[in-house]
Design a protein around this ligand. Structure first.
Ligand code: SAH
Length: 257
């Protein structure tokens, strides 16, 4: 049977469409880089590699340096740090360093996240305030260890992205607010613990006021873009304040509106 040129063109066109459709479906099935268990967030290295890098990070950077609390080690092992980092920087998610997260801000070095968390001596019934949500990673770690986390971010773009990320990933005991964390969060005060992840020139009085008697706060104190002191503030049961400089650190500055 002889086909006319119009028919031939149609057959070629339909065949090409089918090849494209089949290739597309095959790509979706075989592309391991699309992590469906992570809310559809795309990663550039496959999840198994990230999981083994994370295990190594906990062993070599955190446990090795003396963090012994199993709950903290387990939290650091389970929270997928790379999903809190922009795709172009994801390859260095598990390096022993802070990583840029946009807006001139950084996610803290893994060891510092674990060290500050350890200083707070948290209990599972605690209510914690974080100032400086950034990527939401520190909040996610805290949420594994306590009852409720309140976190404040001053940069709207970062705060909104973190709120969305934390919701997508199922962290339902974290509340994010856009605002100036210098003032704390009076509606939810007092807090069992407060963690400030940006360097303040001095310890904000509202945060001291919003700490429960018997509570602890960690905060880097010092000038912007220099080495600061990480200060552990303890409020005893009679509300007496004791401050102790623990280690030198380097944080982005706490902005104040
Ligand atoms: N904890 C974050 C990293 C913090 S970087 C994480 O896990 O990713 C410090 C963050 O503090 C930045 O996002 C910065 O925008 C925010 N910040 C600075 N000043 C602030 C303020 N006064 N109130 C709330 N957030 C502030």
């Amino acid at each position: 049977m002889k086909r006319n040129p119009m028919e031939i063109r149609l057959i070629v066109f339909v065949t090409l469409c089918m090849i494209i459709a089949i290739s597309f479906v095959a790509m979706l099935i075989f592309n391991k880089n699309t992590a469906s268990a992570t809310g559809g967030i795309k990663t550039t290295v496959d999840e198994d590699t990230f999981t083994s890098q994370r295990k190594q990070m906990v062993e070599e950077q955190i446990a090795y340096r003396g963090i012994k609390d199993k709950k903290i080690l387990d939290a650091m092992k389970s929270v997928p740090r790379h999903l809190f980092i922009p795709e172009e920087n994801r390859f260095c998610s598990y390096y022993d360093q802070p990583v840029p997260i946009g807006f001139g801000q950084t996610i803290s070095q893994p060891y510092i996240v674990a060290f500050m968390t350890d200083l707070l001596k948290l209990d599972e019934g605690d209510v914690v305030l974080e100032v400086g949500t950034g990527s939401g990673y520190q909040a996610a770690i805290l949420s594994k260890l306590v009852k409720q986390v309140y976190t404040i971010e001053i940069i709207e773009g970062l705060g909104k992205a973190s709120l969305k990320r934390l919701k997508t990933m199922g962290y339902d005991n974290i509340e994010v607010k856009i605002g100036d964390g210098y003032k704390g969060w009076t509606e939810h005060a007092p807090f069992d613990a407060i963690i400030v992840t940006a360097a303040a020139e001095h310890i904000p009085q509202p945060l001291i006021d919003q700490l429960k008697p018997g509570g602890r706060m960690v905060i880097p104190v010092g000038s912007a873009y220099t080495v600061q002191d990480l200060i552990l503030v303890s409020k005893d049961v009679s509300s007496k304040i004791v401050k102790e400089a623990v280690i030198p650190v380097r944080f982005v500055p706490l902005l104040h509106k």
